[in-house]
Design a protein around this ligand. Sequence first.
Ligand code: GDP
Length: 328
Amino acid sequence: MNEIISTKNSTFSFAGKRTWITGHRGMLGSALVRSLSKEGANLLLASRQELDLSNQSAVHDWVDQNRPELIFHVGAKVGGIHANATYPADFLYGNLMIQTNVIDAAHHYGVKKLVFVASNCIYPAIAAQPISEDSIMTGPLENNIRSYAISKIAGIELCRAYRKQYGCNFISVIPPNLYGPGDNYHLQHSHVVAGILRRAHEAKQAGKREFVVWGDGTPRREILYVDDVAEAMKCLMAAPMTHDMFNVGCGYDFSIAELANLIAEVVGFEGSVVYDTSKPNGTMGKLLDNSRIQAIGWRPKVDEKTGLQNAYKDFLSLLETPNRSSRL
Ligand code: GDP
């Protein structure tokens, strides 16, 4: 089905458009594949074996041969707070290499528009809530995620620089904590929703009376279902350029304690939560101001109850899947 996306000021169709999604096997990349393939986009996809995004000449050659018109640059090294604190060099080096190659090749081969995925951790650790896009680089970053944050700030700045110097139509999106089908449920390296979901499930299966949640439960996080972020990125790809960075959020957040209770309910775990305060709280709050993207007509469609139920189904089906280890 060829859906015409209408934003406030434009109509746009992805049908037939040569569209490269980097990181198409990850949670967000695969949500974009699902959505764009329904619309008849001419998807250009390269697996990690076919193309090493950290190899500059390989990326240039691939873009030269495949000539994408549009790029969703999703591919990145990602992980939760513990992974970020443990592997800062991998996050900083890996993401700088990958995004620099993709963004430079996009300019070199005349890509019409590129949407770069950043993260809410780019904002200062202490920022007025909800956090507007203008808060970037106004204060110190949260220590555990600094390397990843700096890699993403560099990506945003690179898009800006190519726009300023060469007139490239490159923009950045800033999503909150994502969750949904395709997530990584690794006990140490996952993000908060997937980590809690797995621990609640395992406690239920083992007949335990409690399960562990990291930190003290008081930090607040905004969560967003992955398909909603994919739709926001499509809207932004289709929309005329009004700004070069856009927060993509639902506009409200939960304390980690509230989130743990919500997830326990979805999983059907009836015991209680204990807090492991040897694990970091991280940033105390990072609710995004979503007025800029709302002004172009995007709204999230999936409420957290439905989204968490879908995520739990995804987790359960993963347990049944052979060769499942890469997401567990
Ligand atoms: P962040 O939003 O960048 O800090 O990244 P995360 O998605 O890893 O969320 C971290 C927040 O969730 C911190 O406040 C953690 O203390 C809390 N948290 C509670 N349980 C878990 C868990 O099982 N995994 C993760 N990653 N975070 C957890």
